[in-house]
Every structure is written in C-alpha cells, then in structure tokens.
Ligand binder design. Structure first.
Ligand code: GLA
Length: 718
C-alpha cells in the first residue's frame, strides 16, 4: 500500500519504492510536510505523524495568508467584502480510489471556500502527483494568485537549483546555480509555456551528480502562464511553490464555481539527476502521454519546411515525398504555406483552405499520391492565429485579443484568436475537425508562433476580472480542442510546436504525442538543447530532424546520430542530396527502425554532457528495459575532445552480463572502439576506449548481451 494512514484523518505517509513523503495536520488545522526523504518504516510512524504549529522546518503543503503566516503562498484572493486572508483548515482527509489517492479538504468555513488537494504516489518512480481545486460554495471572491502546492526542502539541503532556460532556437539550456536567502522566481507571463523558462526544477545540496546524490524535483502540467517560486528563508526549510503565473491573473468565483489548478508532480531521486530523469520519463510515457498512442513507436517523419519554406506547390511536394519514401520515411508532413494567401508570413493564417494556384487539384490529390507511396500524410496548422491580411480577420476583426484605443500588437505579422470566447473556440475546433476529416490526416502539427498580448475578452468589466481570466481560459480551450480531436481520431499523431520548443510541458504532453524541440536544427547545438530537454522529458516525445543546416560543420552521419537520439525525422531538401547521401540516409533510417524501441522506450544514462562539461563532447546511452541491449551515441563536437586517455564509462548495463559492442553507421572509419566484448561491470567501471578523430565526429555503438555459445567467439580486440 503506497499510502499509509499514520493517524486516521490527521497524518499519512506516501511511500515510494525508495522514498517516503509524510504529511500531518497541526493544532491549527494546517497540513504540513513532516518528512521527505529515504523510505522509512513503521518504527518511525509516531514522529512522522506530528506537525508543530508554525514550525519553520515543516512547510505547509498549501500555504495561505492566515494570521502570522509569511512567505510564498498558494492562494491569494479577495472575498466580496474585501477580506483578503483565507483561514483554511483541514476539514477531512481520506484515502480514496482503492488506496491510490489521498484527498484532503481544506475549508475556510466563514466564507464557504473549499480547497480539495489530491496526492497520488507513484510507487515505482518515487513520485507524488498532486492536484488542487479551489471551490466557492457561496458568495463571491476573486482569486489573484493560485498554486497547486508547496514542497519543503530539508534544512541544509536543496540549495542548488537546476532549471531550464533559453530562447528561441536555444531552448532548454541547463542552468545550475547556488541559491542564497531570498526568492527566486521562474515562470512565464507570455500566455504559453515559453522558450525562456520551462516548468521543471530540481534542487540538491550542490554535491549530487548524474548517478549519485539526492535530488528533489518537480514539474508542472501547464501550457499557459505558470510560476515556480523557490524561497529560502534565513532559518528553517526552503520551499518551492508551483502553480499559475500571477501576472494580471484574476479568476472570479461565484457560488458553486471552481478553479482547477495544474497537476504538479514531484519526486525525490536518491540516485542523482539521472535517476530523476528516468523517473520522469517513465511517468510521462506510462501515465501522461495520450493513452491511445502510448507505447507505439513514433514514425520517421519527413517535414518539408526547411526544404521549401513558403515555396510550396503540388509538384515540389510530390517530388520530396517520393524521395522521402525511398529513404524509409513513414509520414510526410506538409508544413506552412499550403493554404489561403500564405506565400509568406504576412498573410493567410486563419484561412485553412488550400491555395488553388499551388494545389490546383486540391490537397486530396497530393494526399492520395503520398498514401500511394506508402506514407502517412500530415499537415501543419496554427489554429490559434490569424494574420490581419486574411479573410477570417476581415470577417471577424473582433475575434482577436486587443484593447480598445490601443494598437493591436503583431508578432510575426499575426494576432491571437480570443479562444477565451466560446464562439471563437468552437469555430477553431470545427475548423480543425473539418481539416482532419477531409484529408484523413495521420499526423497534425499544431503550431503557435507568438505570445499572447492585450489579453482579455475586451468586453469584460472595468475591474479587469474577465480579462484576468482569459489567459487560463485560452489554455483550457486549447486543451479542450485537442481532447476533442483525440476523441474523434484516437490514432492521430499530434505534434505540438511553438516556434520550436515554446510549449513543452506535462500539460501539452497529455494531449500531444510529441513536440518540435527547437527551430535550431544545427546538429551540434541540438545536443545541448536535447540534453536539457532530457532532464524532464522522454526521448519518444522529442522530435529531431536531419537537415542541411550547417552541413559543412557536421557530416551527414553526425546529423543523423544527433537526431536519432530522439524521434528521428528528416527536414532536408532531398532534391539536393547526392546519391551517396541518399544511401547513407537509407542505411541510417534502417538502423533507426531497429534501435528506436530502445531509444524511445529505454532508460537514458547521460554519460558526457555537451552543456555542463567542457562543451566539446557528448555521450549518452539508452538501455532496453530488460538490460539486454543498449544504444550508445558519442559525439566529438569540435576539433578537440573525446580524448583517448579518458575512458567512456557506460552506466546502466547489467553488471553480471557480458556484452558485445558493435560500431554502426560511423562515418569513414574515424571511430575506434575497443575491446569488442566486455561485462556490464567492466563497461561501468573501466569504460570503453573510444577515439573520434577529425572535426565534428560521432559514433553509434550497439551493445548487446551475449548469450551462451556466442561468448567464446566474440573475445578479442578490434
Ligand atoms: C515555426 C515552427 C517551424 C515551422 C514554421 C512555419 O517556426 O517552429 O517548424 O513550422 O513555424 O512557419
């Protein structure tokens, strides 16, 4: 039983395989975290069940303004009479759902406010999945700030923060910093998850590494404005509070109304950042991603964006599809430029009908041709957007976010449709359903290329309350449309994109199967973007294309190897590829099909970091769930690095088994690997000798357990 009741209705322990998270109510009715650490047994139940009023070491799980309570809060609201504090106290605590969920009801009895908190332990991955709903039973109130929960860090620990920061074409860069007393806030006020910050964080005492040390971590399932506040007081436990972004937020509550907060998942790794990532990967793959496609290997996609940009036409796309089919690609995706007057980025968004000059036979003929080649067909849409130069905008200029008496801020010459309005959201939903049905799409790329500005219904009350609700309503509408598409077409592959990786979070990953990681397709830059991505998100969600970008710096095999670390796709102009390129690509696509179950569903061990070490090399290995096979990728990024005198130790294999090593798809024999046969123990402790020479160079090494009779034959050095 992962949830143990320590004192009925008053204290509980949520056990993972290796950890315990305990909470108990104090004499004031405040529920506090009494412990988060390595798993404890029943001998310690007595003290785990004790919470002290006002203890600075025992962080409240849902801190609110109440008397002498200070610091970062989960809820700030104003009741209609102007009262601004919230005397929440535990009304009931029950283990529900056949022991799977602890449900706490906190209540501010004087005002009919209830907060329902849910805690679900995920035993195998040592995670706790939390949800929260704020409900008003009578009267009125406006919520100005709301977070799903607070997480306490043991005193003395958790003083180094690891998070992901970046920018367009440089997303998910790993940042590590020591935290001093005070508050550190990361978040987004852009109406989408953002390129700048990602709703994931990890805390350790400054000594944890990839495979050792304790790491407390969390991630938030929300694709709109979000915020994680880390607060370290001069004395007592530090806390992290994760929830909605407060910037301009206002959520009106009337009798019976509620505010559903984003899911917040947190965990404690006792095995460093590597075990943290593997726990999150397993959780995302097994419990977050859309159920229908969970466990399906992702197809190899060809996307024509970088090949043709806006120069799209029927004949050109057919030619690309034919060449892609020859490589072993499985889905052809027609990107931007196929619709309306979209011959550049100044026009057409919103008019989702094929451009008749570019597609005189409609898209149906192209779809048929692509299907005839044995490929699935996919389309790019940017459903939340409109160009002012579009028929849709001319018909409905009031459908976009804007303020009266102000210019309508354009980004990439486009405006955002006001999905907070039900009629606009319904129009967008119907448009998408029509397009998906009409072409029988196998794949949908849902893009979102600008942040939200001037957000509000524009019809809201002068106090701005309706406008303050709009960013959240927008995200809820996006989710609802995606859910509707899913229900209609369960097998549809959905890729989320926001100018690359601007919308990467557990909320979108509950609806999209995969995300476009970055518009930066330079294979060397990609390695650090992908490493940051891998801290929280699994490889089967990480789209990566081989393109012609910076081909002079990185040979084709390198570009393939970099993309093969995730969901391989191809985005190059295949018309320009030589016969030799085509041959290399065909062979590597075939290799990818063999290894993708391991890459997409295996356990990741990061061996050498392109971000954190000297920035000259990278190595990672994916190990099959049964430990019988692994795929190792190694890269030398620039002219030096990957030195012969530094053995590459390979974590994650079974120490008791013998493995055979085989270099696959190297480029011109520039890779030396020896020996060819080693035990998992030797691979972990002695490592392999791997020499990559030249400039940017790479190796893909397949590591397979040797069975019985193979053993003798495989001995020796290459
Ligand atoms: C965004 C996406 C790209 C491509 C373009 C099309 O930048 O990230 O992959 O789809 O839009 O305009």
């Amino acid at each position: 039983m992962p949830i143990r009741t320590l004192r009925p209705g008053r204290a509980w322990a949520l056990d993972g395989a290796r950890t315990t998270f305990a909470l108990a109510v104090d004499a004031d009715g405040v529920v506090r975290q009494t412990y988060y650490g390595p798993r404890l047994g029943p001998d310690d139940d007595a003290w785990l069940a004790c919470a002290d009023v006002g203890s600075p070491d025992q962080v409240a799980v849902f801190p609110v303004m109440r008397g002498a309570a200070f610091g970062s809060m989960c809820l700030r609201l104003a009741y209609e009479d102007g009262v601004r504090d919230t005397w929440l106290a535990l009304r009931s605590g029950r283990v529900e759902d056949q022991g799977a969920r602890l449900t706490l009801i906190l209540a501010d009895e004087a005002y009919g406010l209830e907060v329902e908190l849910g805690f679900r332990p995920v035993e195998t991955q040592d995670l706790v999945v939390r949800d929260a709903v704020v409900r008003l039973l009578r009267g009125r109130a406006v919520v100005r700030e709301a977070a799903t929960g607070a997480l306490g860090c043991a005193p003395g620990a958790g003083h180094r923060l690891t998070h992901l920061a970046g920018h367009w074409a440089g997303e998910t860069q790993i940042r590590r910093e020591a935290l001093a007393e005070g508050r550190k806030v990361i978040g987004s006020d852009r109406g989408l998850t953002s390129h700048e910050h990602n709703p994931f964080f990890a805390l350790d005492d400054g000594t944890s590494g990839e495979e050792h040390g304790h790491v407390l971590f969390g991630a938030l399932a929300h694709s709109g404005n979000w915020q994680v506040t880390y607060e370290k007081p001069p004395a007592g436990a530090a806390r992290a509070v994760a929830g909605l972004g407060p910037e301009g937020f206002a959520w009106p509550l009337g009798p019976g109304d509620d505010l559903v907060l984003p899911t917040f998942v947190h965990g404690l790794s006792l095995g460093g950042f590597g075990a943290m990532s593997r726990a999150l990967h397993e959780y995302v793959r097994g419990s977050v991603l859309p159920a229908q496609n969970r466990g399906r290997v992702r197809p190899i996609v060809y996307n024509s964006w970088e090949a043709t940009y806006f120069q799209v036409n029927d004949a050109g796309q057919r030619r690309l599809a034919e060449r892609a089919a020859g490589l072993g690609v499985e889905v052809f995706v027609l990107d931007d430029g196929w619709f309306g007057a979209r011959t550049n980025d100044r026009a057409g968004l919103g008019d989702w009908e094929p451009n008749p000059e570019r597609f005189p036979h409609g898209l149906e003929a192209l779809v048929e041709h692509v299907h005839g080649l044995g490929l699935g067909f996919g389309l790019w849409l940017e459903p939340e957007m409109v160009n002012p130069d579009s028929d849709l905008y001319r018909r409905h200029p009031d459908w976009v976010y804007h303020y009266p008496n102000r210019p309508r801020t354009e980004v990439r010459h486009q405006l955002v449709l006001n999905l907070a309005k039900a009629e606009v959201a319904e129009f967008v939903a119907q448009t998408l359903v029509r397009v998906v049905d009409r072409y029988g799409l196998d794949y949908l790329k849902w893009d979102m290329n600008r942040p939200l500005t001037e957000v509000g219904s524009t019809l809201g009350a002068p106090d701005g309350v309706e406008d303050g609700a709009a960013p959240l309503r927008h995200v809820q509408a996006v989710y609802a449309i995606l859910d509707r598409l899913r229900a209609r077409r369960p097998d549809l592959w959905i890729e989320a994109c926001a100018s690359g990786g601007g919308r990467v979070d557990l909320g979108i990953l509950a609806r999209a199967d995969q995300v476009w990681t970055s518009d930066n397709t330079f294979a060397v830059d990609r390695l650090s973007i992908q490493e940051g991505y891998s801290l929280a998100y699994p490889a089967n969600t990480m789209d990566a294309w081989v393109t012609d970008n910076a081909q002079a710096q990185a040979p084709l095999a390198f570009r393939f190897h970099s993309a093969m670390c995730g969901v391989l796709g191809i985005g190059a102009d295949l018309a320009r590829w030589t016969d030799e390129d085509i041959e290399t690509a065909r062979a590597l696509c075939a290799v990818y099909k063999e290894i993708r179950p391991i890459v997409q569903y295996g356990r990741l061990y990061r061996l050498r970091s392109p971000c954190l070490a000297n920035g000259q090399e990278a190595a990672l290995v994916y190990v099959a769930p049964d430990g019988g096979e692994a795929v190792l990728f190694a890269f030398r990024l620039w002219a030096s690095g990957m030195q012969r005198d530094r053995p590459l130790r390979v974590a994650g294999l079974d120490p008791e088994r013998m493995y055979r090593l085989e270099v696959s798809g190297d480029d011109g024999g520039r890779v030396l690997v020896a020996p060819k046969r080693m035990s998992g123990r030797a691979l972990a402790h002695a490592g392999i000798r791997l020499v990559l020479t030249g400039g940017a160079a790479s190796a893909l090494i397949r590591i397979r357990a040797v069975h019985g009779t193979d053993e003798g034959r495989e001995a020796g050095w290459r």
